[in-house]
Design a protein around this ligand. Structure first.
Ligand code: GAR
Length: 196
């Protein structure tokens, strides 16, 4: 069986990347192989996590981001991309070249609290402001509409009295994101490994 080669794109701390690396180490990503981690931010802690796991890393900042990313992806033979806390919006031309081959994790139940401007803690601040009693996380394919691609998996998480954006973010990560993302990545990697 030939594994689907995966690149993970990151911008920050990389706890979702860690969940993917841990799943791989535990044999829970049998149809995929994380071969490259790319950050658009120098110094992102996610890069250290990748290095500790022995995965190749690259930092891409400045102009021509997508052209340089395409070169990196092609030379590594990448077949699937996972956005794990990657906070840059990819162009329509880029997403069209990777139809149903880019996954993103978003920290709400889409279509709530999503789209341009909704990222990281901001999503949880808005959920608390609106007073929802249930939130969660969504893994979806990435197309030209920010957070608008086909939904692959969702998991609900309770909002508790006294929650702060930080406590809610942590619960959504623990109870939803870190579970859902590796499961969805394996599912898509398996599908892609079958169509080779
Ligand atoms: C995660 O909560 C992820 O869902 C969110 O950013 C955080 C990154 O944390 N992504 C978005 O908001 C995308 N719109 P991490 O770097 O520790 O994985």
């Amino acid at each position: 069986m030939v594994k689907t080669k995966i690149a993970v794109l990151v911008s920050g701390g990389g706890t979702n990347l860690q969940a993917l690396l841990d799943a791989q180490a535990a044999g829970k990503l049998p149809h995929g192989e994380i071969v490259l981690v790319v950050s658009n931010k120098a110094g992102a802690y996610a890069l250290t996590r990748a290095e500790q796991a022995g995965v190749a890393t690259a930092v891409l900042t400045g102009p021509d981001f997508e052209a340089r990313l395409n070169q990196l992806l092609a030379s590594a033979g990448i077949e699937m991309i996972v956005l794990a806390g990657f906070l840059k919006i990819l162009s329509a031309a880029f997403t069209a070249a990777w139809p149903e081959r880019i996954l993103n994790i978003h920290p709400s139940l889409i279509p709530s609290f999503c789209g341009e401007g909704y990222y990281g803690l901001k999503v949880h601040e808005e959920a608390l402001r609106r007073g929802v009693k249930v939130t969660g996380a969504t893994v979806h394919f990435v197309n030209e509409i920010p957070d608008g691609g086909r939904i692959v998996a969702q998991k609900a998480v309770e909002v508790l009295p006294g929650d702060t954006p930080e406590s809610l973010q942590r619960r959504v990560m623990e109870q939803a994101e870190w579970i859902l993302l590796p499961q969805a990545a394996e599912m898509v990697a398996e599908q892609l490994s079958l169509v080779k």
